[in-house]
Design a protein around this ligand. Sequence first.
Ligand code: ISE
Length: 338
Amino acid sequence: MSELRVAVVGAGLMGADHITRISQRIVGATVTAVVEPDESRAQAALLETSGARTFSGIDDALKWGGFDAVLIATPGPFHEPVIVPVLQHGFPVLCEKPLTPDPESSLRVVKEEVRQGRQLIQVGFMRRFDEGYQSLRSMIAQGEMGSLLGLHCVHRNPAVPDSYHNDMLIFDSVVHEIDAVRFLTDSPIRSIEVKHLKRNSLSPDGLDEPILVLLRTEDGVLSTVEMNVSVQFGYQVRTEAVFEQGLAEIGRASGLTKHHAGAMATADHMSFKTRFADAYDAQIQRWVNATKQGRIDGPSAWDGYLAAAAVEAGLEALKTGKEVMVSYAPRPDFYDVA
Ligand code: ISE
């Protein structure tokens, strides 16, 4: 197959970004369908994709069938009703994170994939494609500074959309660290605890943040995560790793640095779209290449489920203030690494 024909489901913030990415930067893929009930978003997407067809729902798109793979970029709670019929039609899927917001629905998706008999789902945990995360992961594995003792992660958003609510702190935002900490340490999350910093008076009504999340892995590493979604000034995702004999840090703003009038300044990112632009490009390019060979090349549906199981414990920790143990279903042999 020379060109992978992709149906993009959801043309909001992330979907529109992926449509532009596939149209302008990804080699060997074309968007042939946009599934988006909002007419103005669908029309805006068409400006980027000459010749694509638009559909208001997944069923009509599936009846048409003029694509080889599906990229799902709707918000997490809308993933399951799209991913299940897409799997039942045998299409490979790149599904934005979270796979689903809770472990029960993630397990239903996993079951459907197992029924199909091959791995069709890749989950959009794009940080795994970021150069900094990849270098830190191999540094931890090689042990050149001794054992890893802890991670200090900060995850700061300038602001969040009106649709963002308190549980999303965990299932939409901290879920990135839940996956990244397991990716970096190669050890599952064992327990989660949540503390509150003093509330930011600029946080939208109903949001009780910033929060400090403590993730303990099976091998004893403690990660602290400052999750802060109303910082106003920019978008920051940084991690400092504390080893027995040294430190390593990823995610500092880089690029042009100005020294002027007694101050030194480097521009901060304002959005994940630029902070992780290279990671998103690498993720989609590798997914396209792998899909053409009938495989995935990134986090699996099982990784999506493991994150959802930890999210469930995180939500309980958020509500109770207690340390909550994570429980996991047994992994189907289907996901055994070769
Ligand atoms: C958003 O959905 C993302 O995935 C961003 O990476 C994250 O920074 C933000 O907090 C989420 O709401």
